[in-house]
Write a protein that binds this ligand. Structure first.
Ligand code: UDP
Length: 338
């Protein structure tokens, strides 16, 4: 029997490339569709690679038909909260309008299963921590709003077209790298805390900024739920299995339910690397909520998802190995701007 083809938009990016790896290991055939605006060709460890933009509807349609695609995992998106505040039009265009066009093409070509990369940013400033999927979506930045719009479109479309089902996975803070250090985050202008902390440890920056020390949290810095990339990747495979078996649309949080402050991340980064570096408190970053921690009860119950790496040391250790490798190979410049 032929292997099942799964279309993965943005499969050359950080999260997409890990899911592509896992699809391949599971005996599926990922068809990676990526414009390489932020991804890297060499991160695609298996399957077929197609250089394409999700705005290119004819190519997308041709690809879906040629490979007899029934399932799509959609990553291609812009993902930086702070950047979205200054570039709302880009975020709505890429994350809402282009994704809308993709969904339309999926409906027209008879796609049955759609896994969507959503985000904890749809919750805005949560009233509770941990936060459950039932909480109302009140995003406070264009990034979260652009993803919320797509969730709403998916919900309405799945009701109108019963053959089409979706799972929206609301990612909390994804971090870490492949266990064999083959793939990881590789952005030209990193903005994420862990990457910047590790690169400061490597001497790339004179210091790390701590954005805000006046939050109403135990140590005054913002709290996030950091999830290891391998656990997140596994959630996508389980989501696909669920869609195929249950034919039902769902929304799930992807996080551990454990919050870590910025200062904790800095402390553990210093422990893991064995390097002391300067971390300087500065103003809050626009668009940042104080605390985002997942209630992940639902995904564990419904998908049978079992987190294996709920350990900040492990997460930072794998990211550290990756950062050292990138620096050693001088490969960073190839990573497009995030
Ligand atoms: N952060 C920080 N210094 C940095 C980068 C990030 O203090 O150089 C903080 C940021 O304000 C937020 C947390 O770290 O509270 C996580 O930010 P990140 O950009 O990693 O992910 P986000 O939660 O914005 O998706």
């Amino acid at each position: 029997m032929n292997k099942e083809n799964v279309l993965v938009t943005g499969g050359a990016g950080y999260i997409g490339s890990h899911v592509v790896r896992d699809l391949g290991e599971k005996g599926l055939n990922p068809i990676v569709y990526d414009n390489l605006s932020t991804g890297n060709r060499e991160s695609v460890l298996c399957g077929q690679f197609i250089l394409g933009d999700i705005q290119d509807t004819p190519l997308l349609r041709e690809t879906i038909q040629k490979y007899n695609i029934k399932s799509v995992i959609h990553f291609a998106a812009s993902i930086v909260v702070s950047e979205s505040v200054g570039k709302p039009l880009e975020y709505y265009e890429n994350n809402s309008i282009n994704t809308f066009q993709l969904i339309k093409t999926c409906i027209e070509t008879g796609i049955e299963n759609f896994v969507f990369s959503s985000t904890a940013a749809v919750y805005g400033i949560p009233k509770t921590a941990p936060i459950a999927e039932t909480a109302i979506m009140t995003p406070i930045n264009p990034y979260g709003k652009s993803k919320m719009v797509t969730e709403m479109v998916l919900s309405d479309v799945s009701k109108a077209y019963p053959y089409f089902n979706y799972i929206a996975l609301r990612y909390f803070n994804v971090a870490g790298a492949d266990r064999e250090v083959r793939i990881g985050q590789n952005y030209k202008k990193p903005t994420h805390l862990m990457t910047l902390a590790l690169r400061t440890a490597l001497g790339d920056y004179p210091h790390l900024n701590i954005f805000g020390t006046d939050y109403h949290t135990a140590d005054g810095t913002a709290i996030r739920d950091y999830i290891h990339i391998d656990d997140l990747s596994n959630a996508h495979l389980l989501a696909l299995e669920y869609l195929e078996a249950e034919k039902k649309s769902r929304v799930f949080n992807c996080g551990y339910g454990t919050g870590h402050s910025v200062l904790e991340v800095v402390k553990i980064t210093k422990e893991v690397t064995g390097i002391d570096f300067l971390a300087i408190p500065t103003n809050r970053r626009p668009g940042d909520p104080p605390e985002l921690v997942a209630d992940s009860t639902l995904i564990q119950k419904e998908l049978g998802w079992k987190p294996l790496h709920n350990d900040l040391h492990y997460i930072i250790q794998t990211a550290w190995e990756w950062e050292k490798k990138l620096k050693g190979a001088g490969r960073r410049e190839q990573g497009a701007e995030s």
